[in-house]
Ligand binder design. Structure first.
Ligand code: C5P
Length: 231
């Protein structure tokens, strides 16, 4: 049976490939993430079909960032699609605007703290204030929660530190960068196993390539669900 703590990232190029993959996976997965890469390939249509026809939960990973009025309008439009999770950058003005746009809908707004692909040198280049990245991540998570975010995206290494924040009480932590033991890392650097990420305070884990690139995506997903069941 599916475990909705597992979210599978549908990082395939188009709607056809996505629907074929979800058919192969079947009942083992109940929650899917659709990202920017599939937006022009029918991403929103896939979201609709998976939700309406197959009862799946949907995480739309748009990482929105703009002036408040534009974010609010974008979220109000996206909220018509009956989505479950939507990402925006965790800047307080963006989170507040997204929450306004989602008002009255059962759509959770998740804030991105600092992209896990960025290092200190990248932050310097973007004129982000000095300091250890982990401290900045924790500070941004706290501010996103204070602005009303229903949750944040964090690397598994950051999950425990964010879970410890008083502001995190009752909020969600969703972690990509998860690799079952023995799986290829790809470009992910700071990874944890599904069980470790959950044990450190994540509510949901996002797993992409270890599932969709597997010879048997269904068996790969089943193995993760089994690992979570042992917790
Ligand atoms: O294939 P993999 O398991 O690495 O996919 C992880 C998914 O999570 C991808 O869709 C990736 O874009 C997303 N993600 C991430 N790191 C972040 C934010 C999102 O890997 N910090």
């Amino acid at each position: 049976m599916a475990d909705d703590r597992l979210i599978v990232a549908l990082d395939v190029p188009n709607a056809l490939a996505a629907l074929k993959l979800t058919e192969t996976i079947g009942d083992t997965v109940s929650f899917y993430k659709i990202g920017l890469g599939m937006l022009t390939g029918g991403g929103l249509a896939v979201a609709n079909e998976l939700k309406q026809e197959h009862g799946k939960r949907i995480f739309l990973d748009m990482k929105l960032f703009d002036i408040g009025a534009t974010v609010e309008a974008a979220v109000r439009g996206l909220a018509q699609f009956d989505l479950d999770f939507l990402t925006v950058h965790g800047d307080p003005h963006v989170v507040r605007a997204a929450k306004e746009g989602a008002a009255g809908k059962d759509l959770k707004i998740l804030g991105v703290t600092i992209l896990t692909s960025l290092d200190r040198e990248d932050l310097d280049a973007s004129l982000i204030k000095p300091g250890d990245i982990r401290d900045l991540v924790q500070e941004r998570a706290a501010r996103a929660f204070e602005a009303g975010a229903d949750g944040v995206i964090a690397s598994p290494q950051e999950a425990a530190m964010i879970r410890a924040l008083p502001q995190a009480e009752g909020r969600l932590i969703v972690t990509p960068g998860v690799r079952p033991a023995g799986a290829a890392l790809g470009d992910q650097k700071r990874v944890a196993t599904p069980a470790n990420a959950i044990a450190d305070g994540a509510d949901h884990i996002v797993v992409g390539r270890p599932v969709w690139q597997a010879e048997s995506p269904r068996a790969a997903a089943e193995a993760i669900v089994a690992e979570l069941a042992e917790l």
